[in-house]
Write a protein that binds this ligand. Structure first.
Ligand code: ADP
Ligand code: MG
Length: 597
């Protein structure tokens, strides 16, 4: 449909007055435009909290060159023509207000080429007025750059929060849309190279993995739409397992006809569904889609379009509540009963427990004796993060304490793996069996110590900081040993009561659930692992938490990488507790055993 000015009678029916309040509102409108244009790839670049720059590039339909100027007129839209259209909106935008509103408070450059056009167009708009409009080559799609937002609007600037906070609002917008549109590959690039990317495979679980981490995604329960309900609103998506509870509601996202919305009633529907499954004052993580006939929902109720009105709210409420409940009843895992002597985290999590306590009840210090069935094995940070980075640790700086002579570790050639637990290798004098867990623990232990000593831990900043509640004992620990915790690479700050806001975690933890990792590692530190100094306790805790488990099948490159890193260790032959990392069967021994000698 071409872009046209809405007739005044239609325009007057619009909940107008859309204001670009903050950078995230602009980012939201631009992403919505890209989605409405049918883009399958959307890249967003954000600088200085979006005030310096928001650039959104899409591969959507583009804007015909002769309509580019019109797009910046108020109430110019290609999505709606008649007043009746407003009763059944199928696009995210419909008011023709976003571009002019954004252009009124910033400098905008837009270049675009529509499908079927030879050349594209480029327009510069400054503080609401067209500065330049010219033909220009461009790939099919649209790139819009918004810079100097609110530069001439000090009153608006006053309401902006820190760069970090504005950035994080934009991240929220982008990650929510990545969840709503799993078939679209989103890419968000922030200051200092921070990045978020969704794969765009169309698989919701993969989108969830990109936003919340792989472990979380894998543990989500499928909410299947109810097939019988022809013509009724349907709800589907992914609901978090009850044990992965969160401290607030911000992890429940609702999408109505793929629009991200806020709705208290639907929030209660989810609470009801989880009732009895989850401790009081804990909240789930869920991604819930609702499909409802467009004429049953009024998206024109509120300027920001994030609040909608349902004609039959009760039906939607029931659809959501039942779909979530069904998922919980059908799929929620039965808590596993284990042998004695395990960590107390097997008990149901108390109300103040961590975000996902009990779900991966990583038993500290309990070695795997049944390979492959341990649901607790934490996501390993290996071989990703890259081996290069890891071996750069200045090993010579490690262990200022009694220097244990490095037991010469010969160059080993990896042959294979036994019981997914031991690596078989050949050396100059026979065969070596290496315990993969013990070896990786050693490697990590030394690396963490080296990073802590250097004062430059490798930190992975989180796109979405997490609030973690800890018990008073752990809080005391952070209060007194904050330096040791920070030296590991945790960026955590007090967040009232027993809560911390975790903004970054050690790179070594890889894709581990950051909240869970934070608590696990504090618990391990508290237990001490037999180490005297807090530095060693800390290093051991990470090593123990993140080291690859027994029972994990490794590919050749992973095994070879591990052995190479072990070779670089100061003390490669034992794990941090002194147990052997490997046993050796010499050529002579082999010969004797086979009666050759
Ligand atoms: P609305 O989205 O409500 O129609 P906007 O001001 O956001 O209003 O955009 C005006 C018009 O410009 C849209 O209707 C659409 O035709 C065109 N447009 C804006 N952004 C894009 C884009 N990224 N790709 C294609 N067309 C776009
Ligand atoms: Mg729009």
């Amino acid at each position: 449909m071409p872009i046209r000015l809405l007739r005044p009678d239609v325009a007057s029916k619009i909940a107008a007055g859309e204001v670009i309040e903050r950078p995230a509102s602009a980012a939201k409108e631009l992403v919505e435009n890209a989605l409405d244009a049918g883009a399958t790839r959307i890249s967003i670049e954000v600088r200085g909290g979006g005030v310096e720059l928001i650039r959104v590039s899409d591969n959507g339909s583009g804007i015909p060159a002769d309509q580019v100027e019109l797009a910046f007129e108020r109430f110019a839209t290609s999505k709606v023509t008649r007043a009746e259209d407003l009763d059944s909106i199928t696009t995210l935008g419909f008011r023709g207000e976003a571009l002019p509103s954004i252009a009124a408070v910033s400098r905008v450059t837009l270049s675009t080429r529509a499908e079927g056009e030879e050349v594209g167009a480029r327009i510069d708009v400054r503080d609401g007025a067209v500065n330049r409009l010219e033909a220009a080559g461009a790939p099919i799609g649209t790139t819009i750059s918004v810079s100097g937002l609110f530069r001439n609007f000090p009153a608006r600037q006053k309401f902006l929060r820190s760069v970090r906070s504005e950035t994080s609002r934009i991240q929220t917008v982008v990650t929510r849309y990545a969840l709503a549109y799993p078939e679209v590959a989103f890419e968000l690039e922030l200051d200092r190279g921070k990045r978020f990317a969704s794969p765009g495979t169309g698989d919701l679980r993969e989108a969830v993995a990109a936003v919340y981490g792989l472990k979380t995604a894998e543990a989500m329960l499928e909410m299947a739409p109810d097939e019988d309900d022809a013509g009724q609103p349907v709800a589907w998506g992914l609901a978090g397992s009850p044990s992965m509870s969160r401290a607030n509601r911000s992890y429940v996202s609702f999408f109505v006809n793929r629009r991200w919305i806020q709705n208290r009633a639907l929030g209660f529907a989810v609470d009801q569904a989880y009732h009895g499954f989850m401790a009081e004052r804990r909240f789930p993580l869920a991604v819930i889609n609702v499909a409802v006939s467009p004429d049953e929902v009024d998206v024109n109720a509120h300027p920001s379009k994030t609040e909608v009105r349902f004609r039959q709210e009760g039906q939607i409420f029931a659809a959501v509540q039942q779909a979530v409940r069904r998922a919980l009843i059908d799929f929620a895992p039965v808590p596993e009963v284990r042998g004695v002597g395990h960590s107390p985290s097997h008990a149901p999590p108390p109300a103040t427990s961590t975000s996902s306590s009990g779900f991966w009840p990583a038993p500290p210090f309990v070695r795997q004796d049944s390979p492959g069935i341990d649901p607790s094995s934490p996501p390993i940070g290996w071989p990703d993060p890259p081996v290069v980075e890891q071996s750069e640790a200045p090993v010579s700086d490690v262990a200022p304490a009694p220097v244990v002579p490095k037991n010469a570790l010969p160059v080993l050639r990896v042959l294979g793996q036994v019981q997914s637990t031991y690596i078989v290798a050949e050396g100059p004098d026979g065969m070596y069996l290496i315990d993969q867990h013990a070896a990786h623990e050693r490697v990590m232990f030394e690396q963490v110590k080296a990073e802590a000593v250097s004062g430059e831990p490798n930190v992975q900043t989180l796109l979405e900081p997490v609030v973690v509640e800890v018990n008073p004992e752990l809080r005391d620990l952070v209060d007194t040993q904050g330096a040791a915790v920070a030296a590991l690479g945790f960026l955590a700050e007090p967040f009232g009561g027993d809560a911390y806001l975790v903004r970054g975690v050690p790179v070594l933890l890889g894709s581990a659930d950051p909240a869970q990792a934070f608590v696990d590692i504090l618990e391990l530190m508290a237990e001490g692992g037999g180490f005297e100094s807090w530095e060693e306790r800390a290093a051991y805790s990470i090593a123990c938490h993140a080291a690859i488990r027994a029972g994990k099948t490794l590919v050749h490159e992973e095994m070879a990488g591990l052995i190479r890193r072990l070779e670089a260790c100061v003390q490669p032959n034992t794990c941090p507790h002194g147990r052997p990392t490997m046993i050796h069967m010499s050529s002579g021994q082999l010969e004797r055993e086979f009666g050759r000698r």
